[in-house]
Design a protein around this ligand. Structure first.
Ligand code: HEC
Length: 156
C-alpha cells in the first residue's frame, strides 16, 4: 500500500497528461515508476495463490464453520448453481444434475461434487472463472473432514 501512496503522490505533483506542459521530461519516468510499483503490488497480491504447502495452515481454522463454507460457495458456485439447471455455459445441465449450492440441503447433497470438481480436479468454477484458492480448499476439506456439520446436518 505504501508504494501506491508514493506513486500517486509522484503523479499528482505533475501536470495532467493532457495539458501542454505534460511534455515535461519528468513525467514519463514518473509514469513508469507508478506502473512499476503497481506491477509489484499486483504481483504481491497474487502470491496468495500458492500451492497447498505454501499456505500457512494456521491461517485456516482447524474446525472451519459452515458459515465460512457458505461464503466461499456464495462467491464461487452459487452464481451458476442454484439448482434448477440455470448454470450458463456450453454444456447445459439438466435440472436434476444441477447442484443447489444456495441451500443447506443442496450443499449437503452436492458435497461429493464440490470436493471432486472444486477441490480435487479443479474443474469448477469453469473456464475463465478463478479456481478456488488454496485457503478456500483447505476450509472446505477441513469442514468436510470434521463431519460437514451444518444446520441441516447437525453434529452431536
Ligand atoms: C460460470 C458458471 C459456473 C460456476 C461459477 C460454477 N459452475 Fe459448476 N458447472 C457449470 C456448468 C455449465 C456445468 C455443466 C457442464 C460442465 O460440466 O462443464 C457445471 C457442472 C458442475 C458439476 C457437475 C454436475 C453433474 O452432475 O454433472 C458440479 C459438481 C459442479 N459444477 C460444481 C461446482 C462447484 C463446486 C462450483 C464452485 C466451486 C461451481 N461448480 C462453479 C457452471 C459453473
Amino acid at each position: 500500500m505504501a508504494e501506491v501512496a508514493v506513486g500517486s503522490r509522484v503523479l499528482s505533483n505533475h501536470p495532467m497528461p493532457n495539458t501542454p506542459s505534460a511534455r515535461s521530461p519528468v513525467l514519463l519516468p514518473a509514469l513508469l515508476l507508478v506502473g512499476l510499483l503497481a506491477g509489484l503490488f499486483l504481483a504481491a497480491c497474487d502470491s496468495g495463490d500458492g500451492t497447498l504447502s505454501a499456505v500457512d495452515p494456521g491461517a485456516v481454522p482447524l474446525d472451519p464453520s459452515y458459515e465460512m463454507v457458505v461464503q466461499i460457495l456464495d462467491r464461487n458456485c452459487v452464481p451458476c448453481h442454484k439448482g434448477g439447471g440455470g448454470a450458463p455455459g456450453a454444456n447445459r445441465l439438466e435440472e436434476e444434475d444441477d447442484p443447489d449450492y444456495d441451500s443447506c440441503t443442496g450443499i449437503r447433497a452436492g458435497l461429493a461434487g464440490l470436493l471432486q470438481e472444486g477441490v480435487k480436479a479443479e474443474t469448477m468454477p469453469p473456464g475463465a472463472w478463478p479456481r478456488l484458492t488454496e485457503e478456500e480448499k483447505l476450509v472446505i476439506t477441513r469442514w468436510a473432514a470434521g463431519g460437514a456439520c451444518s444446520p441441516c446436518n447437525p453434529c452431536p
